[in-house]
Design a protein. Structure first.
Length: 319
């Protein structure tokens, strides 16, 4: 696979462009970004504009940033204040590794001290051991009460939910991960809250996981349909398949290797499952079973079958 093809595949799996390329521009500089840090937002540049109005650019000021992440804010300030000394604090050691590389890249490494600590450490003042002229931070700014009003698939909602869990000192998180959730992996990892992945596994979320043999389970489900006498079995899969869904599709193809495959890829919704099942009926009017990888698309398949006066469980089966 060429680099270009790899990038296209990553984009299909909802990777942000900056994470695909591994870099992002912020204010006047370029920064490395990866899954260990959040990408800088362009509206955050307003902070730099405000901060550089506070002092003469030649002043010897001391800057402190809490939650340094990629270092884009503090490094941009140091680029403006050529005589400034700065300290960056972050709970994530891996994030500070990115900060250090960005500091070297932008020529401020000798003026930036990095501290791996929580803002709330009882000895944080001892670690800092000085007074600062400018303290800057971009902590979460979405109130908990407003979380439900956000788009369920938006990055802002996902981040707000995680920050709410952090505030409530949860002992751990059980996550059913999807490829489109990888954008919040850096925040989850930096929170230091144990994450247990269920069903699918992505190394970006950590090492703890509870998985199942999806190929074996799907093969068993297919055998159940065959044992019920179904010969015309269709498959409804997700457009952007997780590893577990890929294994289920592999099992479907293996169990039907001597017969014509009937499959469609769709969004995990009732409407899409319904429409794709109608398309399968058009291809094969004798369709009498569906293997669906999501509950919503399975419901859509049942709706399509009922419209054709097929009795679910007798004339037509869905797993």
């Amino acid at each position: 696979m060429s680099k270009f093809e790899k990038y296209i595949k990553m984009k299909e799996n909802f990777w942000p462009i900056d994470k695909i390329l591994g870099k992002k521009s912020f204010y006047k500089l370029d920064f490395e970004v990866n899954c260990d840090v959040l990408s800088p937002r362009y509206d955050t540049e307003v902070l730099i504009d405000e901060a550089i109005e506070l002092f003469n650019k030649l002043d010897n000021i001391d800057i402190l940033e809490f939650g340094t992440g990629s270092g884009c804010i503090v490094i941009s300030l140091m680029d403006e204040y050529k005589n400034a000394q700065a300290v960056g604090v972050d709970i994530s050691e891996k994030a500070l590794d990115v900060t250090k590389r960005n500091a070297i890249k932008n020529g401020v490494e000798n003026r930036l001290k990095l501290i791996n600590a929580s803002w709330f450490d009882s000895n944080i003042e001892t670690k800092l051991n000085k007074k600062f002229d400018l303290i800057i931070s971009t902590p979460p700014y979405i109130p908990t009460r407003e979380i439900d009003s956000l788009d369920k698939e938006s990055k802002e909602r996902k981040e707000a939910v995680i920050y709410s869990l952090i505030q409530h000192n949860v002992a751990g998180i059980i996550l059913f991960p999807r490829t489109e959730d990888l954008e919040i992996a850096p925040l989850l990892r930096s929170s230091n809250i144990p994450v247990i992945q269920v069903m699918d596994y992505f190394p970006e979320f950590g090492e703890l996981s509870v998985t199942m043999d999806n190929f074996k389970a799907a093969s068993t489900a297919m055998q159940h349909l065959i044992d019920k006498g179904h010969q015309n079995i269709g498959f409804l899969g997700a457009k952007n398949q997780t590893p577990s869904q890929q294994e289920r599709f592999r099992a479907y193809k293996e169990m039907r290797k001597d017969q014509k495959l009937l499959y469609k890829f769709c969004n995990p919704s009732l409407e899409d499952g319904y429409n794709k099942t109608l398309e399968l009926f058009t291809e094969n009017p004798q369709l009498n079973a569906i293997f669906a990888t999501s509950d919503a698309s399975a419901l859509g398949a049942m709706r399509a079958a009922k419209e054709r006066n097929l009795a679910i469980g007798k004339d037509f089966s869905v797993v």
